[in-house]
Design a protein around this ligand. Sequence first.
Ligand SMILES: C[C@H](O)[C@H](O)[C@H]1CNC2=NC(N)=NC(=O)C2=N1
Length: 93
Amino acid sequence: MADLLSDDEIDAQLPDTWDREGDEITRTYEFDDYLRGVNFAQMVGEIAEAQFHHPEIIIGYEEVEIRLTSHEEGGITDADIEMAELIDAEHSA
Ligand SMILES: C[C@H](O)[C@H](O)[C@H]1CNC2=NC(N)=NC(=O)C2=N1
């Protein structure tokens, strides 16, 4: 079980593209059309399965919101930060 990160650790490690909201980190990605967002959500799901760490994925019109927290630990851990970095890398690919 990973350790919960301190507020300072979260501030230091959270990618600039993400926001912290309490016990979650979140980012909303914009897309040119709805199905590109749907496809992105699929890719996020595949990353989540590979990492065995699963975000909430909210598919909207031309946008996808990702929300991450470590449920078992009850807050934000390294696993959430790593997922944010992997998802950003996928989005930039
Ligand atoms: C039993 C538990 O659900 C699993 O160990 C994994 C699955 N994916 C998970 N995803 C997230 N975000 N947090 C977890 O604690 C978590 N636990």
